[in-house]
Write a protein that binds this ligand. Structure first.
Ligand SMILES: Cc1cc2nc3c(=O)[nH]c(=O)nc-3n(C[C@H](O)[C@H](O)[C@H](O)COP(=O)(O)OP(=O)(O)OC[C@H]3O[C@@H](n4cnc5c(N)ncnc54)[C@H](O)[C@@H]3O)c2cc1C
Length: 414
């Protein structure tokens, strides 16, 4: 079966336009490095500007509505953009973009102007501030509080593992906003006791500190100490924070799928085997290694089909119930399986980092394994994703319905 995607002449012309832009605008030293740890302050500043230029062309958030600053383009355009951006080393926006769907569904028109538009145009960026020391897997167990003070709210609390650029050690401050639930009513029942807030990171009382994990992405400790935010920074009602957060989680747990799933981990491994076989390595022609290669090929084909099916369903506004979370579980488990295969096939050289001249593929296999390990926890742990999948499939004691998304809740695509 041929898994490649056919493109029309118009789409190929668009691809050529994207390639031309990349050639003219992306110097080699500004391309996304293999190890995210090597992404520099200069690269961050360069891309903050370039992302705004991309937004003007409609290429930053291609399928979001033009009325709020998105590109208004098709899913096929987005697929081509992602493919060419990957090949050209164009990094993603530092905005944690799962909040965009949330603002589309839950924001008032004023809030869409205030928060959504500048994010879609690349002017603002934001981080997801969900996990607390005591509420990770048990996300509803929030302790951070929001207390009304006139028209404002006073926020207090602490978060861990909050991801995003800029690196706070660069002296550039943080993103424009952090967002997430806060406990607004300690006496109300679980899931009815939270509000969802946009928190400006330059507000007095916000502290951000680096938290280094194995994957090399920037994570942070966040402290809120009597932080005052205006009443219009509450998205949804003051008891609706859990429901608002669920729309964010639909996207984070796979509900938007992927237009262009990346499989360089498999490509590199297959290439490694071919090169080693040409060199006459007995190991490369070993039956176990060949079987490992075939397993990898099949796994990535299934993985990519699951992710693209969800993407197609989202962009054609179909209700996504099991598909997103099943693809999410498969993607992360496949990454773990692929990590084991890399070690099986490449042995110790698959563990050499980017700074080692002997590292195959510039150290990509080593970076991949570290990222795969961390991804078992990022975006909600894999165990919890399995529980969610069981609930959606209907094989759990409790059932769970999907939260509203822009595809199902409003007339706006995204
Ligand atoms: C690289 C990375 C990036 C992250 N980025 C962000 C971010 O940007 N914003 C943010 O808010 N958070 C972020 N996180 C945090 C992430 O969402 C949490 O790690 C995750 O939700 C799990 O929470 P925890 O680490 O507190 O684990 P805990 O809740 O302490 O759980 C520990 C272990 O017990 C298991 N477990 C707990 N309860 C159950 C249960 N009921 N059934 C079965 N197993 C269970 C979990 O699966 C986990 O393996 C990130 C984490 C990582 C690693």
């Amino acid at each position: 079966m041929d898994f490649s995607t056919p493109y029309t002449d118009e789409q190929q012309a668009f691809r050529a336009e994207v390639q031309t832009w990349i050639q003219a605008n992306v110097p080699d030293d500004m391309r996304e490095p293999i190890d995210p740890q090597d992404f520099s302050k200069e690269q961050y500043l360069f891309w903050r500007e370039k992302h705004q230029e991309l937004a003007v062309k409609g290429w930053l958030y291609p399928t979001y509505p033009t009325e709020y600053g998105g590109g208004g383009l098709t899913a096929d355009h987005e697929t081509i953009l992602q493919e060419e951006f990957y090949k050209g080393g164009v990094p993603r926006s530092p905005n944690s973009d799962i909040v965009l769907a949330t603002l589309l569904v839950w924001g008032t028109e004023e809030q869409k102007e205030q928060f959504l538009r500048p994010m879609l145009t690349g002017e603002y960026n934001s981080w997801q501030k969900f996990t607390e020391p005591q509420s990770g897997a048990d996300l509803a167990n929030y302790q951070s509080t929001a207390v009304r003070d006139g028209d404002d709210w006073i926020l207090n609390g602490q978060n861990v593992y909050v991801s995003g650029r800029p690196n706070t050690e660069w002296g550039l401050g943080g993103p424009t906003y952090m967002w997430g639930p806060m406990l607004t009513d300690p006496d109300a029942p679980r899931h009815r006791n939270l509000g969802f807030f946009m928190i400006p990171t330059d507000a007095e009382g916000v502290t951000m500190r680096e938290q280094r994990l194995i994957n090399g992405w920037d994570q942070h400790f966040i402290f809120l100490d009597n932080v005052r935010v205006a009443g219009d920074h509450l998205i949804g009602g003051d008891h609706q924070g859990w429901q608002v957060a669920q729309t964010t989680l639909e996207g984070e747990h796979g509900g938007r799928g992927q237009a262009f799933p990346r499989d360089e981990a498999m490509d590199n491994m297959l290439q490694y085997i071919q090169v080693e076989a040409k060199k006459g390595s007995a190991r490369a022609t070993d039956d176990v290694v060949r079987q490992t290669a075939v397993d990898s090929y099949i796994d990535f084909a299934v993985n990519n089909l699951l992710l693209q099916r969800t993407y197609w369903m989202y962009t054609t506004r179909q209700a996504i119930i099991t598909e997103g979370i099943v693809a999410n579980v498969y993607r992360r488990e496949n990454a773990w399986r692929q990590s084991a295969r890399i070690r099986e096939v490449m042995g110790l050289s698959g563990m050499l980092g980017v700074d080692d001249p002997g590292a195959p593929f510039g150290g990509q296999p080593e970076v991949y394994q570290r990222a795969a390990f961390a991804q078992g926890h990022a975006g909600g742990s894999l165990n919890i994703a399995r529980v969610t999948a069981a609930r959606r499939i209907g094989i759990s004691r409790t059932q769970e319905r999907p939260a509203p998304t822009p595809a199902t809740a409003t007339q706006h695509g995204s």
